[in-house]
Ligand binder design. Structure first.
Ligand code: ADP
Length: 371
């Protein structure tokens, strides 16, 4: 009988696990937050992932539970594990992707390179951190941030006055980075690792805009150092499934860990068309404890350009034929989401052996969907 994978969360990451799961003969069930979500192509239950009864009932129908996001509460996850449900990644690992303060403390124990940081409970703690770090800092809410929400660059505690009172905040040095990178690693419960090439991620307005795979090497041993950091974190935290380690490459050529995601990640979409085994197939294999696929690139370069939503009245579908006609070598992926301004509604991948040409191809195809 086919294995059934249960994915909590009905967004595009769940959606993109469906095709490779089907190819592997794995059935998929999704617990979506509301009807009609991106991943509703698979058998879908609708309910609140914060409610133990809802998630428990969902888990009964599947062999392994995994996630499209990191928001399922620890109490729910731990109750499932105690009841014998197979959950990947498990709560012990996932807590470090849910809470940035817990992550910083654990990465410090593992000796991973990080920005200077502190837990700041009040304005005077933050002022002390500012005084020690040149008068500016990045302050983050430990939980619930995404796409730059929950991140502020400040030079005085008043700028985050509205955030105090709900537990300590994370203060970090304002890193002078040359660029942002991401290192992905897959790890299966039995321990096997598959390490992807480190990629460059280009952010605009706090949102990932483009990814270049692999990251053009500016310093010797970049790929090796990044791979070692990713593998050490995957093993040190006992991650199962896909791990993405977001990194800063500093102007003085150090790599520092920004944050972790324990699921497929926007920085890995290139691999659907650019790697022997893309991250969605790899995540499915890893959480089912199947042998991992080869993470090697198929072509020297792959570039991913995100499609962000335009006016609500417009549809991706109406623009698709022209984009496909003009760029037959580009791969367009759409998420079945209503386009709202700034919302990630799809992406384009292009691959080849000339980086400039690949960047051009991906941007040109994506531009058909821009305003
Ligand atoms: P989110 O969880 O919203 O993705 P991140 O912690 O990844 O938040 O921060 C969002 C962006 O803010 C990063 O991609 C980076 O551009 C910038 N940023 C975050 N932390 C720092 C830092 N310590 N120094 C400089 N820039 C930072």
């Amino acid at each position: 009988m086919a294995l059934t994978l249960g994915i909590v969360g009905g967004g595009q990451l769940a959606r993109m696990m469906i095709a490779p799961a089907v190819e592997l003969g794995v059935d998929v069930r999704v617990l979506a937050e509301e009807p009609g979500m991106s991943a509703a192509l698979a058998a879908t239950a609708t309910g609140d992932y914060r409610d133990l009864e809802t998630v428990r009932a969902f888990a009964r129908e599947v062999d392994v539970v995994t996630f499209d996001h990191e928001h399922v509460p620890q109490a729910v996850l731990r109750a499932l594990v105690d009841e014998g449900v197979t959950v990947h990644p498990g709560p012990d690992a996932l807590q470090f992707a849910q809470d940035k303060l817990a992550m910083r403390a654990r990465l410090a124990e593992l000796g991973a390179p990080q920005p200077e940081w502190a837990a700041v409970a009040d304005a005077s703690d933050l002022q002390a951190f500012l005084d020690e770090n040149g008068g500016r800092a990045v302050v983050k809410t430990p939980r619930g941030g995404y796409d730059g929400k929950g991140v502020r660059v400040v030079s005085s505690p008043e700028e985050v006055a509205d955030w105090f009172g709900d537990g300590p905040l994370l203060a970090e040095e304002l890193v002078d980075f040359a660029r942002e990178l991401a290192q992905q690693v897959a790890r299966r419960p039995s321990g096997e690792l598959a390490v992807y090439p480190v990629v460059e991620t280009v952010q605009r307005g706090g949102v990932c805009a483009e990814v270049i795979a692999p990251a053009p090497e500016r310093t010797a041993r970049l790929a090796e150092v990044a791979a070692d950091i990713g593998a050490a974190i995957a093993e040190g935290l006992g991650v199962t499934g896909m791990l993405a380690v977001e990194l800063f490459e500093t102007t003085d050529e150090r790599l520092l860990v920004n944050e972790l995601a324990m699921r497929p990640h926007n920085s890995g979409h290139w691999g659907q068309d650019g790697a022997v085994t893309g991250q969605f197939e790899q995540h499915v294999r890893a959480v089912l404890d199947l042998p991992l696929g080869d993470p090697a690139p198929r072509q020297p370069w792959a570039v991913m350009v995100n499609i962000l939503g335009g006016p609500e009245t417009d549809t991706l579908e109406s623009r698709l034929p022209a984009a496909l006609a003009a760029h037959p070598a580009a791969k367009v992926h759409t998420y079945g989401k209503a386009p709202r301004p700034g919302r990630k509604v799809g992406h384009v991948n292009a691959t080849g052996d000339d980086l400039d040409a690949v960047v051009y191809e991906a941007r040109a195809a994506a531009s058909f969907f821009a305003d």
